[in-house]
Design a protein around this ligand. Structure first.
Ligand code: AMP
Ligand code: ZN
Length: 491
């Protein structure tokens, strides 16, 4: 498997430290609000990475933190405390907020078929681990106390910047809005490991430490939790691209200074989900959630498909129109799979299975090219083999894709069977006037006609018109009649 490593800026062959176990760490959510679908893009793609590794034959241990303390509004130790902000907004305690939004996050993950990592660790569970790391960093001369806080001294490192070059980062820090200078810092990029001098008089969570009562900085939690559960050597660390600096840069600084050796070999960063007005972000206050998609009638798995259709290292622009296109793609794919008619008497064609699987693995191994992996499903549908084999292969691929392809196709098959008599006698007639095609294509056309009828009923004329135009492009001409739709196939 080839993966792009942000640390080396190259695609590299993935080789784990231990061939029997891949150790993978994911930065988890800050639980002061619902996750937005941008956050969830990152988690969907990280889920695909984990599943692709497992599908390729690796054992994986994946760890995720839950940030329930220490994350300030700016990633660079400034601004409001995010958890406190959430608690004030909702008139609840910080721990109530953390519990509520942690549960909401995993509920969203369930709907999106994102597997729960093997270990999920709230940051507040590991205070003693952070204290131990910070004590060692002070002993080794990498950290200092100033103004009541403990800071990491970036000038003690041979190389601080890992993911971007120095000038670029300096510029980025220089232009960041709302950054108050912290007079205690020796260097501009020094960061807080432990706060005792809280700027928040109502700071809710505090623990005793050798430096006084206080709380940990955000960055130390990921180093502490990763080392606690995965040891000194990490294979893959992932997160959204906004985490690369300063969060991951600081994680590397403190972890490697503490350990005295290299920590993590592969850094995988997911690029952003943007709207027309820029990056989707929780702090902007306006963002889209999985529940909102559901309220508007979208199946959350359509959003998963939408994410899989583009590469994780490209920004992805969200619009309702783009999501509607994913709905059409998803429904067509399900209809095609539903049209397969497995015969119990058929044998699984193992040669076909192996050949198709190689294509799928190639796509995943190509820096997780999920769009090509979806194309591999269409290749299965077109392949000359029996339907039983096709369904088995698609079910196998779906272990990674997580689109519920087989279950949804089963439902569709039953719906089509139940609707067939009604279509002839009942409320909505779909009549083929002329032309012919194979059964799968007919099922697909009639499914599209039903969707158009549903869209018209919902007064969604844009979708209805698009379906009509798409069919016309394929030579299928529709004509509305009082009780339904007639169509001609002119191909
Ligand atoms: P947070 O809950 O803010 O700590 O973020 C959770 C994860 O979502 C992190 O890995 C972020 O890098 C990632 N993330 C934040 N905004 C976006 C976005 N617009 N698109 C994709 N990932 C994002
Ligand atoms: Zn992290």
């Amino acid at each position: 498997m080839k993966l792009y490593n942000t640390a080396t800026r190259q695609r590299e062959e993935f080789v784990p430290n231990d061939p029997n176990l891949v150790k993978m760490y994911t930065c988890g959510p800050t639980v002061y609000h619902y996750a937005h679908i941008g956050n969830l893009r990152s988690y969907i793609m990280e889920d695909i990475l984990e599943k692709a590794l497992r599908y390729s034959g690796y054992n994986v241990k994946r760890v995720m933190n839950i940030t329930d303390v220490g994350h300030l509004a700016s990633d660079a130790d400034t601004g409001e405390d995010k958890m406190l902000k959430g608690a004030k907004r909702e008139n609840k305690s910080v721990m109530e907020i953390a519990k509520f939004y942690t549960d909401a996050f995993f509920e969203d993950c369930r709907k999106l078929n994102i597997k729960r990592p093997d270990v999920v660790e709230p940051a507040t569970n590991c205070i003693a681990d952070y204290i131990h790391i910070i004590e060692t960093l002070i002993e080794k001369g990498y950290a200092y106390a100033a103004g009541g806080n403990i800071y990491f001294d970036v000038s003690k490192l041979k190389q601080y910047y890992i993911f971007n070059d120095h000038d670029e980062e300096d510029l980025a820090v220089g232009v960041r809005e709302g950054v108050e200078e912290d007079a205690n810092k020796r260097n501009k990029n020094d960061f807080v490991l432990w706060f005792t001098k809280s700027k928040f008089e109502d700071q809710a969570l505090k623990w005793d430490s050798p430096w006084g009562v206080g709380y940990p900085g955000w960055h130390i939690e990921c180093s502490g939790i990763s080392m606690k559960h995965l040891g000194e050597d990490l294979d893959i660390h992932c997160g959204g691209i906004d985490n690369a600096f300063p969060h991951h840069t600081n994680e590397i600084a403190q972890s490697e200074s503490y350990l005295g050796h290299k920590w993590c070999n592969y850094w995988v960063h997911i690029h952003h989900l943007n709207t027309n007005s820029g990056k989707m972000s929780k702090s902007k206050g306006e963002f889209l959630t999985v529940s909102l998609l559901e309220e508007k009638g979208y199946d959350p798995l359509v959003y998963r498909l939408f994410c899989l259709q583009s590469h994780y290292r490209k920004n992805l622009v969200f619009s309702w129109e783009n999501l509607d296109n994913a709905v059409i793609t998803y429904n067509k794919l399900i209809a095609k799979i539903a049209a397969l008619k497995p015969d119990d008497a058929d044998e699984i064609d193992t040669a076909a299975f192996d050949e198709l699987k190689v294509k799928f693995l190639d796509a995943l191994g190509n820096d997780l090219n999920t769009a090509l992996a979806i194309t591999a499903v269409y290749d299965v549908l077109k392949y000359k083999t029996n339907d039983k084999t096709k369904l088995t292969v698609i079910g196998d691929f779906d272990r990674v894709l997580g689109l519920d392809l087989i279950a949804k196709a089963d439902v569709k098959r039953r719906e089509v069977a139940a609707a067939a008599p009604a279509a002839q006698s009942g409320d909505y007639a779909i009549i083929r006037e002329s032309g012919d095609a194979d059964a799968a294509v007919i099922a697909e056309i009639e499914e599209a006609i039903k969707q158009r009828a549903a869209a018209k009923k919902a007064k969604d004329y844009a979708t209805a018109d698009k379906i009509r135009a798409d069919l016309a492009e394929k030579g299928v001409i529709l004509e509305d009649i009082p009780k339904g739709t007639k169509y001609r196939i002119e191909i």
